[in-house]
Design a protein. Structure first.
Ligand SMILES: *Cc1c(COP(=O)(O)O)cnc(C)c1O
Length: 363
């Protein structure tokens, strides 16, 4: 639902210059551009370390492995997330346990997570779904009390903050994705780990590069998940625009929050404060989703469903451990949710047209 071709010419030119700079440098993987981006992203998030990696899924796997979480260990996360959150748990060799969401926000439910904790539980992966950061202090306290690691999946929450703390700075570590459609995106795959923990940072730097601590010496069984110089150079340029682009998303969302008014269309509970939601996606729910989607398509309003199938209903996850209390809210949300266009290339008049079409939907 993004339109990169209509991005500002200044940005497109700067990206071309950045690519040429890398080509002219003759150094293509893990170099000065990566180091510079890591420094800038640490400053942005208010953390000590950023470790650039290949993508967001690897970032989660590397965090888990840096914490020595693996076979036999259970990791709790939400039924309503992108599949890679759970894939990363499998890839680390650990056992995913799926908890339910709070219906109002579609975010992971603390009481459902409570029902999943046992003496094998090592960590909770909190997903800042759709760009929402909420109740992080409660999550911190909950995890501290139970002796669990709090890991943040920040793939949708660049620049989202609560109490002036940014996504990724609350838990032991946060995983960012810079897939092109994320709020901060590269021109290919890219990701990073953010943390204040020296040990996690040190181990993650080794794991991302074949498990080597110096060239040809391999104290760990690592992966190949390095950030390349072109992607880092692009991210440096795009980071200059991130604040502005985030404001544009919030502006579209605030128009929707204020003016969408249709008894068939349910809005999610808006955030408590302005900083805590960066609207990676603007999601509504309707029991008439099929008809509503047809209506949007007929009126040329782009839309997608995030996500139509909750984690535990995927073909590949049959038998996955779930909360003993069930995942009823996630199942309802998956049946009713639909995402409206919300991106920085939209104008106010584009947004007003979406509002008009949504408001004119009837059975
Ligand atoms: C995109 C996404 C990921 C995975 O990121 P990749 O860079 O595509 O591997 C993980 N979790 C969530 C919530 C995402 O939206």
């Amino acid at each position: 639902m993004n339109d990169f071709t209509s991005e500002p010419d200044d940005l497109k030119k700067a990206m071309s210059v950045a690519i040429k700079r890398v080509i002219d440098s003759g150094w293509y993987v893990l170099g000065d551009e990566v180091k510079e981006f890591e420094t800038q992203w640490s400053n942005t998030c208010g953390v000590k370390y950023t470790i650039g990696v290949g993508n967001g899924m690897d970032a989660i796997e590397i965090i888990l492995r840096s914490l020595n979480i693996g076979p036999g260990d259970e990791v709790i996360t939400t039924a309503m997330t992108a599949f890679p959150t759970v894939l990363a748990i499998y890839r680390a060799g650990a056992v995913p346990v799926i908890a339910d969401i709070d219906y109002e926000t579609a975010l992971l439910s603390i009481s459902s997570v409570k029902s999943c904790v046992n003496d094998k539980t090592k960590a909770v992966i909190l997903v800042h779904l759709y760009g929402q950061v909420k109740n992080v202090m409660q999550w911190k306290k909950f995890c501290d009390d139970k002796g669990l690691f709090l890991i943040e999946d920040c793939a949708q929450s660049h620049l989202a903050s609560e109490n002036d703390m940014y996504a990724g700075s609350f838990g032991v570590a946060g995983a960012y994705s810079y897939y092109p459609t994320k709020n901060l995106g590269a021109v290919g795959d890219a990701g990073s780990i953010v943390t204040n923990d020296n040990d996690i940072a040190g181990k993650a730097m080794i794991l991302r590069n074949y498990g080597q601590n110096k060239r040809y010496y391999h104290p760990e069984i690592g992966l190949n998940s390095r950030l390349d110089e072109i992607q880092a150079a692009i991210l440096i340029e795009r980071l200059r625009w991130l604040k502005k682009f985030t404001e544009l998303r919030k502006n579209i969302a605030s128009l929707y929050n204020e003016f969408i008014n249709n008894k068939y269309i349910e809005k999610l509970t808006p955030p408590d404060d302005y900083d805590s939601h960066v609207y990676h996606l603007y999601v509504v729910r309707t029991k008439k989703r099929k008809q509503f989607q047809e209506y949007l398509n007929k009126n040329n309003i782009q839309n997608l469903i995030h996500y139509p199938v909750p984690i535990h209903k995927q073909l590949s996850t049959s038998g996955i451990k779930i909360s003993p209390e069930g995942l009823g809210n996630s199942e309802l949300h998956a049946d009713y949710c639909i995402s409206l266009p919300c991106h920085p290339q939209m104008t106010n008049s584009d947004a007003n047209r979406v509002v008009d079409v949504v408001n004119s939907f009837k059975e």
